[in-house]
Design a protein around this ligand. Structure first.
Ligand code: BYC
Length: 474
C-alpha cells in the first residue's frame, strides 16, 4: 500500500480520517523534532545525507534513495498490509481471530511491552550521537545516519500505537519516551544495554551486530502478536532492521580484514605490533565482542519468567518464527535449564515451557549470532592464521536472570570472584584497550578516503561506488 506523503505525518493508516489522533500526533511531532535536535546526531543536521526512505510497504517501493537533511527526513507511520484472514498463532486463544482492539484485561501489560520496545529506539540514537565526528569514511557516516533516522521512525511506530490504542495513558507514555535518556542518572532508559555509552566505532559495529539482533528477535516475537496492529508494525520494522545488522556484520568483518592485512605486512601476529601499526588487534575484537554479546543476552530477560508465560498464554508476544514449532499451545512441555547450584557448581532443573520462552528466544538469538562469528573466522582462516573469535557462554558476565552476578569464565565454568576479578582484563576491554581504540577514532570525512584501521567495504550503497560522496558536508 502506498504511503501518503501529503499529510504532515506520512502514513498508510489513513490518519486523516481520525482528526483527534492526527492532532495528538501533530502535537507530539515538534517534541520529537526538539529531541532530535538536542539528542540526535551531533553537528550534522545541515549535511545532505544519501538516505533511503520508505515510500510504500511492499517489497518494491519500500526503499527510495536520495539526499536529505536529517531533520527533514519523512518520519512516519507505516504498517505492513492487513491480512484479513490472520488468526492468533499460539497460546490459549490459538486459532481465534486476531484482535484489532485490545481487550481491557491486557491493556497494561501490552502497554508495558510497547513502551519497553519504544524506549530502546531513541535510546540507541542518544548512545550513538557523538560518532559522526569520528566516522572512518563518508560511507560509514551515511550508514550511521541511516540507522539513526530509522530508529527515530521505529520510535514513531510505537508512539502511534500508544496514541491510537491507549488513550491518555498512552499519550503520557509517549511523552516519557522523550524524557528518559540513555545513561541519565535520574531517568535512565529502561533496559541495561541502552544505557551503555557507545564512544567508538568498534562498539557501534558490535552494538549493531549484537544489540540490533536482539531487536530482530524481539520484533519477530511481537510480529506474531494477537494484537494485529502491533504485529503489522513490527513486521515492517523488521525490513529496516536488516540493514542495521548488515552494518555491524560487515563493519566487524572489515576491522578483522584490516587487522589481518597488517599482520601480513608486519609478518607477526603480535597484538602490540598490530596496535602500533594503527589497527585493531584480534584479541581486542574478542573482548569487545564479549562485552556487547553478554550485555545483549540480558535483553531477553530472565530464563524463567512468569511475564513471558503470560505473554505467551495471551498471544501478546510469541516465539520468533512460531510457525516453525509443532506445538503452539506449549502447555504440557517442559524446558531443562542449567543453573548455578549455589556451591560453585551447576545443576539442571525442568521448568514449564511457557515460563522458559525468554530462554527459547535467547537460544535462537545465540544461533543467529554465531553465523557471523563463523563468517569472520573463515576470513581469518583463509588468511592463514589460527586465531579464532568465539561467542562466550551465555552464563558469562550476566546481570539479569539466574546467572546474574555469578562469576564464570567465558566458557561458562563457575569460578571464584577473586579469579574473575584477576582475569577480567583478559576477557573484557580494559582501560588500555579502550584508550587504544579511542586513539584510532579520528574522523575521515574526505571523499574516497578510509581510516587506516578498517578495510573498505566490498560495495557501496544502492549500486553507487564505495567512494561516492554519501554525505555532503557544508
Ligand atoms: N535490563 O520476567 P523478566 C531493539 C526487566 S532491542 C533492565 O526477567 P520479561 C533495538 C523487565 O523489563 C529490542 N531490565 O523479563 C536494538 C521486567 O521489568 P518490569 C527491545 C530488564 O518481562 C538496537 C523485569 O526485569 N524490545 O529493538 O519476561 C537499537 C523482570 O522481567 C532487563 C523488547 O525488549 C534488562 N536487560 O522480559 C534499537 C521487547 N531484562 O516490566 C532498538 C519488549 C529484563 O517488571 N520487552 N528486565 O518493570 C519485552 O518483551 C520484555 O520486557 C523483556 C523482558 C524481553 C525485555
Amino acid at each position: 500500500m502506498a504511503i501518503n506523503y501529503q499529510d504532515r505525518i506520512p502514513n498508510n493508516v489513513d490518519l486523516g480520517s481520525n482528526r483527534t489522533l492526527q492532532r495528538a500526533l501533530e502535537h507530539w511531532q515538534p517534541e520529537f523534532l526538539n529531541w532530535w535536535q538536542e539528542l540526535g546526531p551531533r553537528d550534522f543536521q545541515v549535511a545532505d545525507v544519501y538516505l533511503r526512505t520508505a515510500t510504500s510497504v511492499d517489497a518494491k517501493g519500500w526503499a527510495t534513495y536520495g539526499f536529505v537533511r536529517m531533520p527533514d527526513y519523512r518520519w512516519g507511520i507505516f504498517l505492513a498490509d492487513r491480512d484479513a484472514e490472520r488468526k492468533i498463532g499460539f497460546g490459549d486463544f490459538y486459532g481465534q481471530e486476531v484482535w484489532q482492539q485490545i481487550p481491557g484485561e491486557y491493556r497494561s501489560i501490552l502497554r508495558r511491552l510497547i513502551v519497553t520496545q519504544g524506549d530502546t529506539e531513541p535510546a540507541s540514537v542518544e548512545q550513538q550521537r557523538m560518532l559522526g565526528h569520528t566516522a572512518p569514511s563518508l560511507y560509514d557516516l551515511r550508514n550511521l545516519f541511516q540507522v539513526n533516522v530509522e530508529e527515530g521512525r521505529h520510535l514513531w511506530a510505537m508512539v502511534y500505537l500508544l496514541h491510537a490504542y491507549f488513550g491518555r495513558d498512552g499519550r503520557e507514555e509517549a511523552e516519557e519516551l522523550l524524557e528518559r535518556h540513555s545513561g541519565d542518572a535520574n531517568k535512565p532508559r529502561i533496559l541495561g544495554t541502552f544505557n551503555e555509552p557507545i564512544r567508538d566505532w568498534l562498539s557501534f559495529f558490535m552494538f549493531t551486530y549484537f544489540t540490533d539482533r536482539d531487536g530482530k528477535f524481539q520484533l519477530k516475537s511481537l510480529a506474531e502478536s494477537s494484537f494485529d496492529p502491533l504485529a503489522r508494525t513490527c513486521s515492517f520494522m523488521l525490513t529496516e532492521e536488516a540493514h542495521h545488522m548488515f552494518v555491524g556484520d560487515t563493519g566487524i568483518n572489515r576491522v578483522v580484514r584490516r587487522s589481518l592485512e597488517v599482520m601480513k605486512e608486519l609478518g607477526t601476529e603480535d597484538p602490540m605490533a598490530v596496535r602500533n601499526a594503527g589497527a585493531v588487534d584480534l584479541p581486542t575484537v574478542q573482548k569487545y565482542l564479549n562485552f556487547w554479546f553478554s550485555s545483549s543476552l540480558d535483553l531477553f530477560g530472565s530464563e524463567t519468567s512468569s511475564n513471558a508465560a503470560s505473554y505467551f498464554a495471551n498471544g501478546l508476544k510469541g516465539r520468533p518464527d512460531e510457525t516453525h514449532y509443532e506445538d503452539h499451545i506449549a502447555k504440557e512441555q517442559s524446558y531443562t535449564l542449567e543453573l548455578p547450584d549455589g556451591a560453585g557448581g551447576v545443576k539442571s532443573e525442568a521448568i514449564p515451557m511457557r515460563n522458559a520462552m525468554n530462554e527459547v528466544t535467547r537460544g535462537s538469538y545465540v544461533t543467529d549470532c554465531d553465523l557471523g562469528v563463523k563468517r569472520w573466522n573463515r576470513v581469518i582462516e583463509k588468511a592463514g592464521y589460527s586465531f579464532r573469535l568465539s561467542l562466550p557462554s551465555t552464563r558469562f558476565r550476566r546481570n539479569i536472570g539466574i546467572w546474574a552476578g555469578v562469576p564464570t569464565d567465558p566458557t561458562g565454568r563457575p569460578i571464584t570472584r577473586e579469579e574473575f576479578d584477576a582475569r577480567i582484563g583478559d576477557w573484557l576491554p580494559s582501560d588500555g584497550d579502550r584508550a587504544h581504540i579511542m586513539s584510532l577514532m579520528q574522523g575521515v570525512h574526505e571523499q574516497g578516503k578510509m581510516a587506516a584501521w578498517i578495510a573498505p567495504p566490498d560495495r557501496g550503497i544502492n549500486n553507487n561506488p564505495v567512494d561516492y560522496e554519501y554525505v555532503k558536508l557544508h
